[in-house]
Design a protein around this ligand. Structure first.
Ligand SMILES: *Cc1c(COP(=O)(O)O)cnc(C)c1O
Length: 325
């Protein structure tokens, strides 16, 4: 078993796949001739908006909590999250018989807060522009003997997130490129581990919101760059820095990091609704927008795209699309 300070490798992704089997959904892979025509590529969308809790985060959370000892699970877990990881920890905890405390920003989308409570999580709110969620989480963990399950900077979380890319490659076979969104780097780290182990010549691209390109800056400079909380529609990628456990993987295995503006996220969201008839949240559109609108070099290639999540208030969808019309 890996320690909580080590960098995970592909064997940890394989162990994660065994742990989450039967608990997580094997999500579908969607294709669209319209998307292929628009991008000039062959696109394979791994639809994690159909994952339990509506995002890939269930994979990492379930893996991390399942890997704890019975004793650790009995003392409960604590986490901080802008939404999807919160729901993931709440549901995984309930399934594994463990109490969960979730530290959430007070301005998190209502649909995410309600869902977290619905899964049985205890919520503690904080001001994302003034308070430090890591500090609050660490203090609670020390006080109550709980285990902290961070959203991206944890070897078992990274390993769990890598199972989506493993399933995608097993479903569609060889790809030239795999594109994944990038927030704190758990998903991209796990994706790169799985993709390069299965297919060493694949190119792995991360996509960040334009307003928060700390990952791109870190990738280019070779050290973790920290930025102020970015203002972007991609609320699942409003992170300020990559993690100690995923940055080495991203540095080593990822081929490039590109950025997408909010306008293109809304265009991609509308495209998914109209053409594929699916609801994708703005953060979930990052990778697809890069492929559809000429930002990532996909032309003529077989390309995997991770659609990372679909949690958004339905009234918000209308507002966003009307605002861009
Ligand atoms: C968390 C999240 C991301 C970013 O994942 P990281 O592991 O933080 O990089 C992307 N999309 C959605 C829908 C998310 O919930």
């Amino acid at each position: 078993m890996i320690s909580t300070t080590s960098i995970p490798d592909y064997s940890d992704v394989l162990a994660a796949a065994a742990r989450i089997k039967g608990a997580a959904h094997e999500t579908p892979v969607l294709t669209s001739t319209t998307a292929d025509a628009l991008s000039g590529a062959n696109l394979f969308f791994k639809a994690e908006n159909f994952q339990r809790i509506g995002a890939f985060k269930f994979r990492g959370a379930y893996n991390a909590i399942a890997a704890l000892s019975d004793d650790e699970r009995a003392r409960g877990v604590v986490t901080y999250s802008s939404g999807n990881h919160a729901q993931a920890v709440a549901l995984a905890s309930r399934l594994l018989g463990c109490a969960a405390t979730i530290i959430m920003p007070s301005d998190a989308p209502a649909v995410k807060m309600a869902a977290t409570k619905g899964y049985g999580g205890t919520i503690r709110t904080y001001d994302r522009y003034k308070e430090n969620r890591e500090a609050i989480g660490t203090a609670l963990a020390e006080e109550k003997g709980m285990t902290l399950i961070p959203p991206y900077d944890h070897p078992q979380v990274i390993a769990g997130q890598g199972t989506a890319a493993k399933e995608l490659l097993e479903t569609v076979g060889t790809l030239d490129m795999l594109i994944a969104p990038l927030g704190g780097g758990g998903l991209l780290g796990g994706t790169a581990l799985a993709a390069k182990a299965i297919n060493p010549s694949i190119s792995v691209i991360g996509v960040e919101p334009e307003a928060g390109n700390d990952g791109q800056q870190s990738f280019r400079s070779g050290k973790i760059v920290e930025i102020a909380v970015p203002k972007t529609l991609a609320d699942g990628a409003m992170t300020t820095h990559l993690g100690q456990h995923n940055f080495p993987i991203i540095s080593d295995l990822v081929d490039d990091i590109v950025t997408v503006g909010d306008r293109d996220l809304v265009r991609a969201m509308a495209f998914f609704l109209e053409r594929l008839k699916i609801v994708v949240e703005p953060t979930g559109c990052l990778a697809a927008a890069a492929a559809l609108f000429g930002i990532a070099p996909v032309k003529g290639k077989r390309v995997g795209i991770i659609i990372s999540g679909g949690n958004i208030d339905i009234t918000r969808i209308g507002e966003l699309i009307a605002s861009q019309a």
